[in-house]
Ligand binder design. Structure first.
Ligand SMILES: Cc1ncc(COP(=O)(O)O)c(C=O)c1O
Length: 316
């Protein structure tokens, strides 16, 4: 459980202590999974006394778009939500890496599946470090659960109910001794990890499944595609990946806001390539690390500084 109940959260249009942000036990989303969430990281750079929110506005744009799948319309723009998030971090005086969890949800408190148009949203920010330890590479395993299909619950949506699929996959992967699950879609093609996208290096190309293979259209995935093309001049192909390609490829890695770039060195008890972190994987991981800490000028547009603009405004 998150211990610090005094931490401030944004709930029902105001900043309140976490312990006071309560919902009714009959809330629609709690019973039927009718929420849409996001996950945003912020990195604290001690030398600059600054905390950078990574692609914050894009996360909120994706969130608002995904909310439309459930006919929810959070009544704030992506820009306003970014400002509220920055204020939330400032009010909590966070001087450490953070994770921000926006959640919109159907809020009516009664029995019955039929939505009645009531929704609410909350933003929570918590101190957050490493989510998946992967410095030496991880062992991933294909699980027996199949990815939710767009015709059932759209995987691109970050819809709360769909994460039962990720929970089942993670539980099975861990029970089988793997660090992370690889989930196939209904066609038997590789979709993604439980909370991350998958990339493969094969025959000199970087390959990742397309959104039509029932993946979440990850923003870290988009960052990696950008970095691979612009910085490494690599060809990146979006195409379906067969399970057996996982066993014969040269490199594999996972990407996501929480997992960042996690090299896979073993898959289903087989070595990936030479069983070491792949060359391109290592390069991309380092580039992503540097870019998200504001150390590559070309990618500073990805970052929203939390403290310095306000301090500068106070000084002027
Ligand atoms: C199922 C799933 N796939 C992929 C991702 C990665 O998306 P992003 O890079 O935008 O965090 C996530 C992130 O939570 C996820 O839940």
């Amino acid at each position: 459980m998150f211990e610090n109940s005094e931490v401030l959260v944004y709930f029902e249009n105001q900043f309140v202590a976490l312990k006071d942000a309560k919902i009714n036990i009959l809330t629609h989303a709690l019973h039927y999974g009718t929420g849409v969430f996001e996950g945003i990281r912020g990195y604290w750079i001690a030398e600059e006394e600054e905390l950078f929110l990574v692609r914050c506005e894009e996360h909120y744009r994706r969130w608002k778009a995904n909310c439309r799948i459930l006919n929810i319309d959070p009544p704030k723009s992506a820009e306003e939500l970014t400002e509220i998030t920055a204020e939330l971090v400032r009010l909590n005086h966070f001087r450490t890496d953070v994770y921000v969890r926006p959640l919109s949800y159907m809020s009516s408190a009664r029995i019955g599946v039929r939505p009645d148009g009531h929704s609410s949203f909350a933003l929570v920010a918590v101190p957050f470090g490493v989510y998946l330890e992967s410095t030496k590479g991880i062992h991933a395993g294909v699980v027996s659960w199949r990815r939710v299909d767009d015709g059932a619950i759209p995987a691109r949506g970050k819809i709360c109910g769909a994460y039962v699929n990720s929970v089942l996959a993670t539980t099975e992967a861990h029970a089988n001794g793997f660090d992370e699950a690889i989930i196939l879609n209904q066609n038997g093609h590789v979709a993604e990890g439980a909370t991350c996208n998958l990339f493969m290096v094969r025959n000199g190309k970087i390959i990742t499944p397309p959104p039509s293979d029932n993946i979440l259209e990850g923003l870290t995935r988009a960052c990696i595609i950008d970095l691979a093309r612009r910085e490494l001049h690599m060809e990146v192909v979006e195409r379906s990946i067969d399970r057996s390609e996982l066993y014969i490829c040269d490199e594999l890695f996972l990407t996501g806001t929480a997992v960042e770039v996690a090299p896979i060195t073993m898959v289903d008890h087989r070595q990936v390539g030479h069983g070491q972190i792949g060359f391109l994987t290592g390069k991309l991981r380092e580039l992503y690390f540097q870019a998200t800490r504001g150390r590559i000028a070309d990618y500073q547009a990805w970052l929203h500084p939390v403290y310095q603009p306000v301090l500068a405004a106070l000084r002027s």
